[in-house]
Write a protein that binds this ligand. Sequence first.
Ligand SMILES: NC(=O)c1ccc[n+]([C@@H]2O[C@H](COP(=O)([O-])OP(=O)(O)OC[C@H]3O[C@@H](n4cnc5c(N)ncnc54)[C@H](O)[C@@H]3O)[C@@H](O)[C@H]2O)c1
Ligand SMILES: O=c1ccn([C@@H]2O[C@H](COP(=O)(O)OP(=O)(O)O[C@H]3O[C@H](CO)[C@@H](O)[C@H](O)[C@H]3O)[C@@H](O)[C@H]2O)c(=O)[nH]1
Length: 446
Amino acid sequence: MNITVIGTGYVGLVSGICYAELGHHVVCVDKDLSKVEILRNGGIPIYEPGLQELSAKNTAAGRLSFTGDLRQAVGQADIVIIAVGTPSLPNGEANLSYIDQAAVEIAQAMNGYKIIAVKSTVPVGTNERVANLIRSWTSERFDSISLPEFLREGSAVQDTLHPDRIVIGADSQEAADTMAELHKPLTDQIVVTDIRSAEMLKYASNAFLATKISFINEIANICEKVGADVTRVAEGMGYDKRIGHAFLKAGIGYGGSCFPKDTRALIQIAGNVDYEFKLLRAVVEVNQDQRMSVIRKLETIFDGELSGKTIAVWGLAFKPNTDDVRESPAVEIIQYLVRSGARVKAYDPIAMQNFKTMHGDNGVMWCDDALEAATGADALCLLTEWEEFVRVDLGQLQSLLRKPILIDGRNVFKEEDLADTAFIYFSIGRPRLNQGIKEEMSALNG
Ligand SMILES: NC(=O)c1ccc[n+]([C@@H]2O[C@H](COP(=O)([O-])OP(=O)(O)OC[C@H]3O[C@@H](n4cnc5c(N)ncnc54)[C@H](O)[C@@H]3O)[C@@H](O)[C@H]2O)c1
Ligand SMILES: O=c1ccn([C@@H]2O[C@H](COP(=O)(O)OP(=O)(O)O[C@H]3O[C@H](CO)[C@@H](O)[C@H](O)[C@H]3O)[C@@H](O)[C@H]2O)c(=O)[nH]1
């Protein structure tokens, strides 16, 4: 098959490279020519484990190429996949301007029958909108396919080559069969449905996972008050096959380019048909508040006074193994600390440059390694569970901090890790591990 993918963000790039890996001829198009340049030179504009090697292999095999020339790339395609961004508008609705623009550009480049698949996450009805737009520009035949993507950043290659399922929304049996054939080497679990159900299925999946996270975070908050351990609670719950272990890790809430925007968009999708999605509104509200749990703990420790304190921050990415800082909890936490007059020393193994580019310097002191950030700090907040943080020598860390205060926003340390240390340690929903009772704090503050 000749496949053209529009957009070389996470989804376009990873899926394009993986279709090439399956033996298809793939052209990835981006209007951002600086990305095309990086890709053509063998680079990858995002940090995603395993992607560079796969890209190099398939480019060398002559199956994969990158271009800014959408017209030519569409002209030679049997299947065109739209994978452009659908960011939030100020009211939470999905911004469809990139989708619309891509649709018009595809229409103008049509030179015969093609399948046009939308991989971007789009509100119900968007595939029809795309089809109508294309029809208004060209009389060439085409079939629309909704092809929602379920990859996770940080494990995107694995997720794409070994997906739990492929969802194909179609109103043409022939086009659905072609798409099923294309994805057959990846999984037997291919769900073929109508287009609107496929569009809804994507939002429902993300909203459900976000709900699990907010649920366990609320359980964690109650655990803190009643003396229970949320990690044991989640473990025990997870053995129930109807519940499962996944997405029950309590922490500082979900971030990233998908859950926050897609939960907001689904609330709007419901609102547009006069349905108030009360449960999802609460999920979003809980998530927003959860970010502040780190701040609340710091304020308790320092008697409400963060001004003049030096706070080390470990982790800026919204999760490990990615350089993505879009809607990362670290953004609001750092901004709050800076506003409160604290001096912030921050470190992330991969995401520091992205953070500076997107959110500016913020008066933060950027550090070259984790221990440099911790040195001389009055407290350390761990916000992303990067492996190098999990493996830190806690004895050495303790000796470098001015005060041995550790706020673990991701519950990475266990009781035995802390046993021989004098850390004043706070995590999420594990009050028995919260070392550092009020008297110790008074002594420290005094
Ligand atoms: N990031 C993820 O992990 C993920 C996973 C599943 C689904 N999604 C969904 O996939 C979509 C894309 O997400 P992303 O994170 O890959 O996006 P992104 O914003 O990182 O990248 C989109 C790319 O498309 C390019 N683009 C926009 N309009 C174009 C046009 N007309 N012609 C050529 N290129 C164009 C942009 O320059 C950009 O490089 C979104 O709807 C998102 O919700 C994302
Ligand atoms: O138990 C958990 C699991 C995740 N998270 C947080 O949730 C966010 C999202 O994590 P994850 O889902 O792993 O990352 P994404 O790359 O955003 O992937 C989600 O969003 C994508 C875009 O729609 C979908 O394709 C994926 O299926 C969906 O998992 C991160 O901030 C995590 O720290 C938790 O707090 N607790």
